[in-house]
Design a protein around this ligand. Structure first.
Ligand SMILES: Cc1cc2nc3c(=O)[nH]c(=O)nc-3n(C[C@H](O)[C@H](O)[C@H](O)COP(=O)(O)O)c2cc1C
Length: 221
C-alpha cells in the first residue's frame, strides 16, 4: 500500500510546479496521429477519478471517442459554432486585424488527435452534501477531474486540448448521451511533436498572463 501520509520533498514539489507550468492546451497543428498506449489512457483516467468532488459525489462520466466518423460529426459542430463565434467578434467591434487573427487561429484538434474524451456531468437526483446552496459545484467537480487529466497527460508527455466551441446537444446526439447528462468538456488527446513553452494565445499576442498583484487581494476588495 502506498503511504498516503507521505511527505514530499522540495524537489518533488518543484517538479510538480514544473509540470504545472509546462502543461499546454494542444491543438490540431501539434498532434501526431500515433495511437496512445492503453496504459497511458488508464493513468489519465485514474487521475480523473482521484479529483476532489463536492460531497464526494464523483458526478463525472468519460466517453472515449476513437471512431473517425463520430469525430468528424463533432468536428462539423465545431466549424458551425466557430462561424457563429466569428459573427460575435464582428458584432463586438473587433478591428479587422483582430478578426483576421481570430480566423487564423487553430482552436481544436478533434480529427488530428487519435483519441477524444467527452466529459459529462451526471447530476445526482436529490440533494448532494455541499451542493445545496451553490448548484454549480457539481459541474465544478467535473472540471477538477479535467485538470487532473490534463496534468497527468502532461507528465506522460501527452497533449490535451479542450474544445468548447461546440453545440453540446450535437455532441450528445453523436454519442447517444442520455438527456440528463451535461457536456462539461470535450478533450482532444494525443502525442505531440512539441509542447510550446507558453500559451499559444500569449505568443500570438491575443492575451497576456496576468501578474500576481493584478489578481491576488489582501483582506478583501
Ligand atoms: C474551460 C476551457 C475551455 C477552452 N476552450 C478552448 C477552445 O474551445 N479552443 C481552444 O483552442 N482552446 C480552448 N481552451 C484552451 C485555452 O485557450 C488555453 O488554456 C489558454 O489559452 C492558456 O493556454 P495553456 O493551456 O497552453 O496554458 C480552453 C481552456 C479552458 C480552461
Amino acid at each position: 500500500m502506498p503511504d498516503r501520509n507521505q511527505q514530499f520533498s522540495t524537489e518533488q514539489s518543484d517538479l510538480l510546479m514544473q509540470m504545472l507550468a509546462a502543461r499546454r492546451d494542444v491543438r490540431g497543428n501539434r498532434f501526431l496521429a500515433d495511437e496512445l498506449d492503453q496504459s497511458d489512457i488508464d493513468k489519465i483516467l485514474k487521475a480523473a477519478l482521484h479529483a476532489p468532488s463536492v460531497g464526494f459525489s464523483q458526478p463525472w462520466e468519460f466517453v472515449l471517442v476513437k471512431d473517425k466518423q463520430s469525430r468528424c460529426t463533432i468536428a462539423e459542430s465545431f466549424f458551425e459554432e466557430n462561424e457563429k463565434a466569428l459573427q460575435q467578434f464582428r458584432a463586438g467591434n473587433y478591428d479587422a486585424a483582430k478578426l483576421e487573427q481570430y480566423q487564423a487561429l487553430k482552436l481544436e484538434g478533434i480529427v488530428e488527435s487519435p483519441l477524444n474524451i467527452a466529459v459529462f456531468y451526471n447530476p445526482k437526483k436529490g440533494p448532494v452534501l455541499g451542493q445545496t446552496s451553490m448548484p454549480e459545484m457539481g459541474r465544478y467537480s467535473v472540471v477538477c477531474a479535467v485538470q487532473n487529466m490534463w496534468l497527468m497527460a502532461r507528465s506522460l508527455n501527452i497533449g490535451i486540448g479542450w474544445v468548447s466551441i461546440l453545440d453540446p446537444q450535437k455532441v450528445k446526439a453523436a454519442l447517444n448521451a442520455p438527456q440528463d447528462r451535461e457536456l462539461v468538456a470535450y478533450l482532444c488527446v494525443g502525442k505531440v511533436d512539441k509542447f510550446y513553452d507558453q500559451p499559444e494565445l500569449e505568443t500570438l499576442g491575443w492575451e497576456e498572463r496576468k501578474a500576481e498583484q493584478q489578481v491576488v487581494l489582501s483582506e478583501g476588495y
